[in-house]
Design a protein around this ligand. Structure first.
Ligand SMILES: Nc1ncnc2c1ncn2[C@@H]1O[C@H](COP(=O)(O)OP(=O)(O)OP(=O)(O)O)[C@@H](O)[C@H]1O
Length: 200
């Protein structure tokens, strides 16, 4: 994240419709720099849909969701070319996300345990390795607003702690973590947003 970039999420009277169902309505929320929110609720209640609306990838049915700053979405897709070696795949995005020359930061790769996998085609990576690769891309984006959809899925205990630590550092540096997760996510002073309270 670029220091001093202002970040905020402002959700106002938001409603979400998928197919012929309104999943939730009347949702208002204000998330400021340094804050973390965990969106909780049963399968199918609309957590991913909410994150996609906030990311600007799905339309609101009513109301609005506004992000101030750059948003980076991490979801179940690792969004890296499966045919490319991991290093090349990350370089491609790094060039787009933060401009040339497009080298992913070595310290990120080492911390995520990816430094020894840069020659491995993305399609050969394990589930947890793909998730860590997606995190490397997110870190490379330098986005102030992290939208994390089930970020702990497929990760071993060590990697879970790492993701929690990364999110904590991100918030401490003035970023926002907006997280949909069924699993407990240990992050200091994180608020819970119970989507069931807004079910239509
Ligand atoms: N494009 C779409 N068209 C129609 N229905 C959709 C679409 N996308 C999602 N849905 C439906 O919307 C509902 C909410 O899905 P969503 O993925 O947001 O739930 P979730 O709370 O994230 O669930 P989970 O905990 O299982 O990940 C589901 O019933 C899903 O089938």
């Amino acid at each position: 994240m670029q220091e001093a970039d202002p970040v905020r999420i402002i959700v106002t009277d938001l409603a979400c419709r998928r197919g012929d169902r309104v999943l939730f309505a009347g949702l208002s929320l204000d998330v400021a720099a340094g804050e973390a929110v965990q969106v909780v609720g049963e399968n199918g209640i609309g957590k991913s849909s909410l994150l996609r609306i906030v990311a600007g990838l799905a339309p609101a049915f009513a109301g609005s969701a506004k992000v101030i700053g750059v948003a980076g979405l991490l979801d179940e897709r690792c969004a890296l070319d499966p045919a490319l070696a991991l290093g090349r795949a990350l370089e491609f995005w790094s060039g787009i996300d933060s401009g040339p020359p497009g080298k992913p930061e070595r310290s990120h790769l080492e911390r995520l345990g990816l430094a020894g996998l840069l020659d491995v085609p993305v399609r050969y990576l394990s589930t947890g390795q793909k998730k860590r690769a997606a995190l490397a891309r997110l870190l490379g984006q330098r986005a102030g607003v992290w939208l994390l959809d089930e970020p702990l899925n497929g990760l071993d205990g060590h990697a879970v702690e790492l993701v929690e630590a990364l999110a904590g550092e991100h918030c401490a540096a003035g970023g926002i973590a907006f997280i949909a997760s069924h699993q407990p996510f240990r992050l200091e002073a994180m608020r819970s947003l119970r989507l069931a309270e807004f079910s239509a």
